[in-house]
Write a protein that binds this ligand. Structure first.
Ligand code: ACO
Length: 323
């Protein structure tokens, strides 16, 4: 069978680091409150004029170098983002142009914080169907542009960043031990749309809006939705939490991450957490966390990795990947 194997990985964080103490000078909050409720200590913020496509291109170049590939080897670019440069064309097409690539295809995926899992599922399906052979999948966000910097309940939570993977179709024996993407599961339920959304948009308002969130409601649903969709992945593959080497969840909030790991029965030592340094970078958070754990030597070839995410919509999803 053909599986989508991760050939390379790379990430990029904007230079500027915004620490909690600095936020506490602008809004009525404190380092203690933010650390206790969210686990976040600092986040990166894109410079003025630094666009989502710029972050994406840096991450893409690093992923291509890591894979030992060039754009000539890529036939599809997928960018998962909720903060596109422009209304159109897609940020993926802008990235394609900045990378000097004129062949193949490019498009964006919009599933907010679940964007990377949605992108992975889409790219994997296209590879397995023979529509694409090698995909550059990028999660990239300048979420800082959607924040109301006077709203302490949301502005402390998010950060900017990008990370990319090169996914390639590879013939595998078709066993449980195969490398690559083993399964992906996507869910959404629009009844929850008011609990977390950004208003604005070309059709409704002709402008860009700001984040609105019922934090407690998001929190209340998150752990249950995440565990449900992980159980779907276990059911299909026959794996269980005992088989997982590394759990790399979307990084929104350390309490959601810990709550999910606990409910799934995954030991804390197997959970990759970067939310303390990155904040919530939406579609970029999972590949950013993967990049940290691969570069520091935790994730090694052959490891079984569980990914999950939940975000606005609500959208949520899971994936099992053998590295
Ligand atoms: N600093 C200090 N106090 C604050 C802050 C802040 N930054 N933000 C809110 N507060 C206050 C509130 O005003 C409230 O005060 P009040 O009691 O006087 O009204 C008090 O803290 C408690 O507010 P709650 O919202 O009930 O606090 P909670 O414990 O629920 O924590 C939080 C808020 C961190 C947002 C939590 O609900 C949460 O993590 N929710 C999940 C949201 C999330 O992760 N969203 C990311 C996008 S979705 C995703 O990626 C999964």
């Amino acid at each position: 069978v053909i599986r989508s194997v991760v050939e390379g990985l790379g990430s990029y964080l904007p230079e500027r680091v915004l620490k909690n103490a600095e936020l506490a000078q602008k809004v009525d909050t404190s380092d203690d409150w933010i650390v206790q409720r969210t686990g976040i200590r600092e986040r990166h913020i894109a410079a003025e004029g630094e666009l989502t496509s710029d972050l994406a291109v840096h991450a893409a170049e690093r992923a291509l170098a890591d894979a030992g590939r060039t754009v000539a080897d890529i036939d599809l670019i997928v960018v998962a983002t909720t903060t596109p440069d422009d209304t159109f064309p897609s940020t993926a097409v802008t990235v394609q142009r900045k990378l000097g690539m004129t062949h193949g295809a490019a498009f964006d995926i919009q599933a907010v914080c679940s964007g990377f899992i949605y992108g992975l599922s889409t790219a994997d399906a296209m590879i397995r169907a023979g529509v694409a052979r090698r995909v550059l999948l990028i999660g990239a966000e300048t979420f800082s542009r959607l924040l109301d910097w006077n709203d302490r309940s949301t502005c402390v939570l998010f950060g900017d960043g990008a990370a990319a993977v090169v996914l390639a179709g590879e013939a595998q024996p078709g066993t449980r031990e195969d490398r690559g993407v083993l399964t992906t599961h996507l869910r959404s339920d629009g009844r929850h749309r008011e609990k977390l959304y950004v208003d604005g948009g070309p059709s409704s308002s002709e402008r860009v809006g700001k984040v609105h969130m019922e934090g407690r409601e998001v929190f209340r649903h998150a752990v249950g939705m995440i565990t449900d969709v992980v159980e779907d992945a276990y059911r299909v593959t026959g794996y269980s939490s005992d088989d997982i080497d590394w759990f790399v969840p979307h990084q929104a909030n350390v309490r959601i991450i810990d709550g999910s790991a606990q409910k799934l029965g995954i030991a804390e030592a197997k959970v990759v957490k970067t939310v303390d340094r990155h904040g919530n970078t939406s579609a970029a958070s999972i590949p950013l966390a993967l990049d940290v754990a691969v570069k520091d030597g935790r994730i090694a070839r052959g490891d079984l990795i569980l990914l999950d995410a939940m975000g606005g919509g609500f959208t949520w999803g899971s994936a099992l990947v053998r590295w």
